[in-house]
Design a protein around this ligand. Structure first.
Ligand code: GAR
Length: 206
């Protein structure tokens, strides 16, 4: 099995999608939130997972928080770190340590719309296609090598929430897919490039 730690900050719907996908060989040893009020904590416990909080407000400095998060993750010796709505920028040392073993999902078609408020910015920009991206995490924010993307149309009547919902449905499809590939040993990072071995399209396409 592949021991994994999931980091999140909020509602946890991507965590939920990954758990429900029942990925063979995935052993989620812990779910860690930086926010004590994250809805995903209860959801994780409902799934019988170990869930804990490393609360940034409990630490005097950014470095102290980073060190505590590093210790909390290391305690579970993960071979995979899954960022599922983790809304804090990770320390570069932490990212380097987990290079090639840490995935993130971002609610846009990267490299467009890095950062926050992606759905509002997509509507404001007038793009006709928007979507979600799973990528390996590198120290530069939202800039790591892309594993899988899903595109959705931006419709004339969309507001931020209708567009977010359309994208989220795709997130729940592509994130479990990427994790499944990784756990099956088919997905890796080789010299900074994504390597996907023997990929066959799942029903409904990638
Ligand atoms: C998701 O839409 C995810 O793509 C986004 O946060 C949401 C978390 O939802 N992540 C980022 O914006 C990362 N910068 P969830 O808690 O229901 O999975």
């Amino acid at each position: 099995p592949t021991p994994a730690v999931v980091l999140m900050s909020g509602r946890g719907s991507n965590l939920d999608a990954i758990v429900r996908a029942a990925i063979p060989g995935l052993d989620i040893r812990a779910v860690i939130s930086n926010r004590p009020d994250a809805g995903g904590l209860a959801l994780a416990r409902d799934h019988g997972l170990h869930a804990e909080v490393v609360d940034a407000s409990g630490f005097a400095t950014r470095e102290a928080f980073d060190a505590a998060l590093d210790r909390a993750v290391d305690a579970f010796s993960p071979r995979l770190v899954v960022l599922a709505g983790f809304m804090r920028i990770l320390a570069a040392d932490f990212v380097r340590k987990h290079a090639g073993r840490m995935l993130n999902i971002h609610p846009s078609l990267l490299p467009s719309f890095t950062g926050l408020a992606t759905h509002r910015r997509a509507i404001e920009a007038g793009v006709r296609l928007h979507g979600a991206t799973v990528h390996f995490v590198t120290p530069e924010l939202d800039a790591g090598p892309i594993v899988i993307q899903a595109a959705v149309p931006v419709l004339p009547d969309d507001d931020e929430s209708t567009l977010a919902a359309r994208v989220l449905a795709q997130e729940h499809r592509i994130y479990p897919q990427a994790v499944r590939w990784f756990v099956a040993g088919r997905l890796s990072l080789q010299d900074g490039r994504v390597c996907l071995n023997g990929a066959t399209a799942p029903e409904g396409g990638f």
